[in-house]
Design a protein around this ligand. Structure first.
Ligand code: BES
Ligand code: MN
Ligand code: ZN
Length: 499
């Protein structure tokens, strides 16, 4: 459903015909092939840069139409910034910027000379990261419309990256492309309207991963009743559409190795239930399955790149609706763990879904760790905005690894506290726990609630309410949904858990 850029790799050399793109570091430093190429312009390049005030700063560019002396129709120069500051994230954003410039120029084919300075080649990994940035930027949600808007932009942009080591770059891209596809899958799931993506349709999307070698089981209401998942089923009981629990398994590691488990909140639409939400902005709650989308995208990623790890994804798929049969404030539910939960607000439903999904995951899989993702609270947006996910963990090592993966991918997160004092806020005389902790520290008390269902397994919780959808458009994403979490967790797996 998306119109993507197709990336290929070729040898470094002078491009001819069509659009050529080159990189210039700050101070107008060029790679050797690039230097040789623009030498054909006999000083025209330097003159144009000077007149335009282009110095190679990152985020800037220079567009030269029909440049004299070189055999191309258009030369787009992209600023690299300081060569020594080229992090993974910088390469990713560069790829996005390149794609944005091509789309803006309505070009359907271009060659990018990918080199930094005469002394330094771009690593194969960085080449793949540029390609990923371009692909992520080119993603657009294909909205269901009878009449497509008049759009002169090409169906597909073909971007050739001219690199020092074609073989290694291709190999790195084969893996990275699988991750990019996982991000696009997560974005599609979040962007889809709630009538077209209910629990059953979402479960079908999870089942489609069998094509990549993922084992998928879908639990129906009947099976969840047998397992006594009273918390998840309590949320689901007001909806006409039945719930599902999708279990995805990628067995790329050693047989018998404890799996890495990822658990997602998949509320396909959150009206708030009987504690109904205000009308304004309620349509955003079509994205309340962003955690489940990230887990599904991650399963796609690890399977597509054949990760050498055992990975489990579990997603709780429900709809939260007000109805004559809906659960109410004051109800006491019994979760699969046996814990009783007093419902004080039916809009605090995500934690109920996760309570059973987390308990089930640790009980069935005995994972090495469990990480859940959920668009869980408005409070985390108040605290951190759209720039960081809130991270909670009962384990400093796992928290540190997540922080490192966040830095490397640019999918940022910020650790927030868990403590006995916060945990007390969800005690109640009427049950073992209540589902809200009052007005203060809303994201923290939600995390404390989840911790009670992690059963001392190494665990982290990512509150992605602010990062899954709705942030301003940027270099690598122009759509409402971000796919946040797929690249982050794929990185966590590849950097710390693969052998
Ligand atoms: N899905 C919402 C949280 C949310 C809000 C996600 C905005 C993305 C954007 C969640 O189910 C919810 O309604 N949380 C309540 C909890 C409260 C009732 C304790 C909230 O945050 O207000
Ligand atoms: Mn809610
Ligand atoms: Zn919700």
């Amino acid at each position: 459903m998306t119109k993507l850029t197709k990336v290929s790799f070729g040898k470094l050399g002078a491009p001819s015909g069509g659009v050529a793109m080159i990189l210039a570091a700050e101070g107008l430093a060029l790679g050797s092939q690039t230097q040789a190429f623009v030498a054909g312009m006999e000083g025209g390049f330097e003159r144009a840069a000077k007149v335009a005030g282009f110095t190679g700063k990152s985020g800037t560019s220079l567009d030269l139409i029909a440049p004299a002396g070189i055999p191309v129709d258009r030369l787009i120069v992209v600023g690299l910034g300081k060569a020594e500051e080229l992090t993974d994230e910088a390469w990713l954003k560069l790829g996005g910027t390149v794609q944005g410039l091509l789309a803006g120029a309505k070009a359907d084919k271009a060659t990018l000379l990918l080199e930094i300075t005469p002394e330094e080649d771009v690593s194969a990994q960085a080449c793949a990261t540029v390609a990923m940035g371009a692909k992520l930027r080119s993603y657009s949600y294909d909205a269901p419309k009878a009449k497509k808007a008049d759009d002169e932009s090409p169906e597909m942009i073909r971007l050739e990256l001219a690199v020092a080591n074609v073989k290694d770059a291709k190999k790195a891209w084969a893996a990275a492309e699988g991750v990019a596809d996982g991000v696009c899958l997560a974005r599609d799931l979040v962007n889809l309207p709630p009538n077209l993506l209910g629990p059953v349709e979402f479960a079908k999307a999870a089942s489609d991963l069998t094509k990549l070698g993922v084992e998928v089981d879908i639990l129906t209401e009947k099976e969840m009743k047998k397992l006594k998942m009273g918390a998840l089923l309590g949320v689901a009981q007001g909806a006409a559409r039945p719930p599902r629990l999708a279990v995805m398994r990628w067995n790329g590691g050693k047989k018998g190795d404890a799996p890495l488990a990822f658990v997602g909140k998949g509320v396909v639409f959150d009206t708030g239930g009987i504690s109904i939400k205000p009308a304004a902005g309620m349509e955003e709650m079509r994205g309340d399955m962003g955690g489940a989308a990230a887990v599904t995208g991650l399963m796609h990623a690890v399977a597509a790149r054949k990760a050498k790890a055992n990975v489990v994804g579990v997603i709780g798929l429900v709809e939260n609706m007000p109805d004559g049969n809906a659960y109410r404030p004051g109800d006491v539910l019994t979760a699969m763990s046996g814990t009783t939960i007093e419902v004080l607000n039916t809009d605090a439903e995500g934690r109920l879904v996760l309570a059973d999904a987390l308990w089930y995951t640790q009980d069935r899989f005995k994972p090495a760790f469990m990480i859940d993702l959920a668009t869980l609270t408005g409070a985390v947006i108040v605290a951190l905005g759209h720039l960081n996910a809130g991270m909670y963990s009962n384990n400093d090592e796992l928290a540190g690894q997540l922080e490192a993966a966040g830095k490397a991918t640019g999918e940022s997160l910020w650790r927030l506290p868990l403590s006995k004092g916060y945990d007390k806020l969800i005690d109640t005389p009427n049950a073992d726990v209540k589902n809200t902790g009052g007005r203060t520290a809303g994201s923290v008390t939600a995390a404390q609630f989840l911790q009670r269902f992690a059963n001392d397994v190494t665990w982290a919780h990512l509150d992605i309410a602010g990062t899954a959808f709705g942030p301003p458009k940027n270099e690598i994403n122009q759509s409402w949904a971000t796919g946040y979490g797929v690249r982050l967790l794929d990185r966590l797996v590849s950097e710390f858990y693969e052998r």
